[in-house]
Design a protein around this ligand. Structure first.
Ligand SMILES: CN1c2c(nc(N)[nH]c2=O)NC[C@@H]1CNc1ccc(C(=O)N[C@@H](CCC(=O)N[C@@H](CCC(=O)N[C@@H](CCC(=O)O)C(=O)O)C(=O)O)C(=O)O)cc1
Ligand SMILES: N[C@@H](CCS)C(=O)O
Ligand SMILES: [Zn+2]
Length: 790
């Protein structure tokens, strides 16, 4: 018998925000001073208890480590950095002086206030940067590691949570970001010499992980899960060979080199894609189990050298989307896997990724169409699927015949249900010619737009949203529960538009927006108005920290029954003589932030969404809106993790954007907005979008993007963000002036626009008002220098 028996079913992680966003509410109350740290700790503990109890109810055993311990108050990458004490120099004062590195000491680590400072910053102290987690809409905090960054076992929270489970009679499996991924996702700290990479610190980090494993074993953990998603990505700037060598060293240090009785059994997972050649490295190591994403990745074709005696944790249930699993097909896949790997390899059934990316429970969605509901599996339903598949694999399909039949009936109804295929949508798309993707040459458009808009040099604008105040959200909540009529709600939104337009005129912005007050979310708002989408009521998913989104479910062919934004934009236009910018979310972003259908290629779905947006853009134009912005902040997010897949993605994503935007006349100016990006990887696509003006996030990188674009001879309008909206800090006029002065040196000033980095919805008016005044003041100052230059 294996020294490391693994349960037949598990999941790689579970949502932690709570079914009613309990954690969000508790931690935000703490940040605003309405609750103390003890209140938040109690909420966290109650949520962890709930998770363990719920997972057991759903069928995972409590006496074997099938139930993951995957809680976090904010982010799992931050947690790993805190566990290994990797505090950047500017946060050094937060570290408790408790002799944490000493053997025998159990460090209690950072308290919640200090932990929050790393995540959110404080006066004069910038937080860790935040960026997207692989190709998901989840954001992690980026650790900063240099040659001198302390690395020591500094926080025993993960160990305490194991003990907490055991005290309740549940043997959990702690989940920790693995050492290779932690270093590959870290950025090099500013003081590091040229050529340094955080991976250079691997040998300093491994003893810290080894200590963690010993502490976990001592606390009673029989397994630990080390997540190594970096193995599925080519986008992390380190060649695969080097990653594999690092992995070999890490696994040896955490298995081979540790006495078996001093460490838990080790599961290493590679979620979010195909593990590729790293499988050979994992198999050749002494790890006890390997987690494979078999939704995105391939089932090995035959035996893999070194796997004998290990467990393969087969991720056949999609952790990243909400469709009910075709259980019969999954069982075939599992059987095929077992046959391919041979009798010496145990197979456990699992999810492909953590369930962090899906809502809790379909049964908590009273308003969903009953037929649609049968097609779906949220986290809880997925746990049941995993349990049923495990039983089917061990006892044979007959043992779970009811489950297999119910799943196949649901899949059958999905294929033929009304609205899944809409012939009119498909016929329209089929009849489009290449002309639908082309506008006139840019110089022709530019001349027509300049004549129409008559803007000054360095025109100023915002990215669209103004603060979503408590009053706006309260009005929407009251409307949703029937306490405010539609007419009164719309009046409230119009009052907000009046306020926002008047403010922009007062500040002196050149191109005005309506402020997006009416939007609960920049994707959900559109999904609620398009056919083929369903919205949830409680389907919250963590986006970052305490911030959540409710991704809509894109289940059928998409069309636009009626205009979606025209009324709001034309109302704003009626209030001002300045040009009003219409504001839409682009096709790629609508897909990226929805649960997309899995029964047709994403490219086909993107074209349907694009066509609906093309209709909206046509209506905005017909209503006299001269500037229309189509936001694509998620263009980079959906970039495939394997470079071999990039050309096809960039082709369909650019095509979708052009399909949406190319139907307008020359004198209509199309803007786009990109944020959350390392633009280097999509710079060709920025050009391909062919937008007249592109605004990009740039303030935090001091406009480096401009140099890249200038190097490429980028020929169209560009608005590098001059104000970091992620921070409450109000930038001074001088600082914006200095950014703009640099900008006009690297880019043709006649192409330059002046705007913040992103929308202002998460900010407060106390910050936005002065910041925008400084922005306009700076633009005027630099404009004057241009005039004198001429
Ligand atoms: C730009 N970003 C977005 C991403 N994904 C999206 N789908 N949308 C985005 O905008 N990904 C990348 C980034 C991530 N950034 C953010 C930024 C901010 C949030 C955020 O603030 N989320 C809110 C929820 C927003 C929302 O849906 N609002 C609704 C419901 C509001 C609500 O909670 N109402 C209360 C009642 C309120 C009251 O009575 O006063 C309730 O229902 O209980 C709305 O405005 O109607 C959050 O709360 O976290 C997310 C991602
Ligand atoms: N128009 C949106 C873009 C966010 S990426 C906004 O201003 O919030
Ligand atoms: Zn943005």
């Amino acid at each position: 018998m294996s020294a490391c028996p693994f349960p037949a079913a598990t999941v790689l992680g579970y949502p932690r925000i709570g079914p009613r966003r309990e954690l969000k509410k508790a931690i935000e109350a703490f940040w605003s001073g309405r609750a103390d740290a003890g209140d938040v700790e109690r909420t966290g503990a109650a949520l962890r208890t709930r998770t363990r109890t719920r997972l057991a109810e759903l069928g995972l055993p409590t006496d074997a480590p099938a139930i993951p311990s995957s809680f976090s108050f904010y982010d799992q990458v931050l947690d790993a950095a805190v566990t290994v004490g990797a505090l950047p120099e500017r946060f050094a004062h937060l570290a408790p002086a408790d002799g944490a590195g000493d053997p025998g000491q159990s460090p209690t680590g950072l308290d919640l206030a200090a932990y929050s400072v790393l995540a959110r910053g404080t006066e004069g102290l910038a937080p860790l940067e935040m960026t997207k987690w692989f190709d998901t809409n989840y954001h992690y905090l980026v650790p900063e590691i240099g040659p001198a960054t302390p690395l020591r076992y500094a926080d025993d929270r993960v160990v305490r949570e194991v003990a907490e489970g055991l005290a309740e009679g549940v043997a959990t499996r702690p989940v920790v970001v693995g050492p290779v991924t932690l270093l590959l996702l870290s950025k090099t700290s500013a003081d590091a010499p040229d050529g340094f990479h955080p991976l250079d610190r691997l040998d300093d980090l491994l003893p810290v992980y080894a200590r963690l494993l010993r502490e976990l074993a001592a606390a009673g953990a029989t397994w630990v899960q080390l997540d190594e998603p970096a193995l599925v990505s080519d986008l992390l700037d380190v060649p695969a060979g080097q990653v594999h060598r690092a992995l070999e060293r890490a696994l040896a240090a955490l298995t081979t080199d540790l006495p078996a009785d001093q460490r838990p059994c080790v599961l290493v997972t590679a979620p979010y894609g195909d593990v590729g050649d790293a499988l050979g490295v994992l198999a050749a190591s002494d790890v006890d189990a390997i987690g494979l994403d078999l939704v995105r990745g391939a089932v090995p074709a035959g035996p893999v050298a070194g796997l004998a005696g290990k467990t393969v944790v087969a991720g056949v249930v999609d952790g990243h989307n909400v469709w009910r699993t075709d259980l019969a097909a999954a069982l075939d896949r599992l059987t095929g896997l077992r046959e391919a790997l041979g009798p010496d390899v145990a197979v456990t059934v699992s999810t492909s990724t953590s369930l962090l990316h899906v809502p809790h429970d379909v049964d908590d969605e009273p308003d969903l169409d009953p037929t649609l509901r049968t097609w779906l599996a949220f986290a809880d339903q997925k746990v049941r699927e995993v349990v049923a598949l495990a039983r089917g694999l061990t006892e044979g399909p007959d043992a779970v015949a009811d489950h297999l039949t119910a799943a196949s009936v649901a899949h059958g109804t999905r294929r033929t249900a009304d609205g899944v295929v809409r012939p009119q949508v498909r016929d329209r798309l089929a009849s489009l010619t290449g002309d639908a993707l082309r506008r006139s040459d840019y110089p022709v458009r530019r001349a027509a737009q300049e004549a129409r808009l008559d803007l000054p040099p360095l025109p100023t604008t915002t990215i669209g949203s103004f603060p979503q105040t408590a009053e706006i959200r309260a009005a929407r909540a009251a409307h949703a529960r029937g306490a405010l009529s539609t007419a009164d709600y719309e009046d409230a939104m119009r009052a907000e538009i009046r306020r926002v337009v008047a403010l922009q005129e007062d500040i002196g912005l050149d191109v005005v927006v309506h402020g997006e007050a009416e939007r609960n979310d920049m994707v959900q708002y559109f999904a609620e108005q398009l056919t083929g989408f369903a919205a949830t009521v409680n389907g919250w998913v963590q986006s970052y920290g305490s911030r959540c989104v409710r991704p809509p479910i894109l289940w059928g062919d998409v069309s636009r029954p009626a205009p979606m934004t025209v009324g709001w934009s034309t109302y704003a236009a009626s209030l001002t003589t300045k040009p009003v910018k219409g504001m839409l979310t682009g096709p790629v972003t609508i897909l990226a932030w929805s649960f997309v259908r899995d029964d047709q290629p994403l490219a086909d779905t993107a074209r349907q969404v694009a066509l609906a947006l093309r209709d909206e853009i046509g209506d905005l134009e017909a209503a006299g809106i001269a500037v229309i912005q189509v936001d694509e902040p998620a263009l980079r997010e959906l970039l495939p993790l394997r470079t071999v897949d990039h050309p096809a993605y960039l082709d369909w994503s650019v095509t979708a954007f052009r399909l949406a935007t190319s139907g307008v006349r020359d004198e209509t100016q199309v803007h786009t907005h990109l944020c959350y990006s390392e633009f280097g990887q999509v710079i060709g696509a920025i050009d391909g979008l062919d937008a007249d003006v592109t605004s990009v996030e740039a303030a935090r990188s001091r406009m480096e993007i401009l140099v890249d674009l200038a190097d490429q001879g980028y020929p169209r309008g560009i608005g590098p963000g001059v104000y970091d909206i992620h921070s409450p800090r109000v930038p001074s006029e001088d600082e914006i002036t200095s950014l703009l002065t640099e900008a006009v040196r690297s880019v043709d000033p006649t192409l330059l626009w002046v705007n913040p980095d992103c929308g202002l919805k998460t900010r407060r008016y106390e910050e936005v008002d002065p910041a925008l005044r400084h922005l306009v003041g700076a633009a005027r100052t630099v404009r004057a220098t241009l005039a004198t230059r001429v």
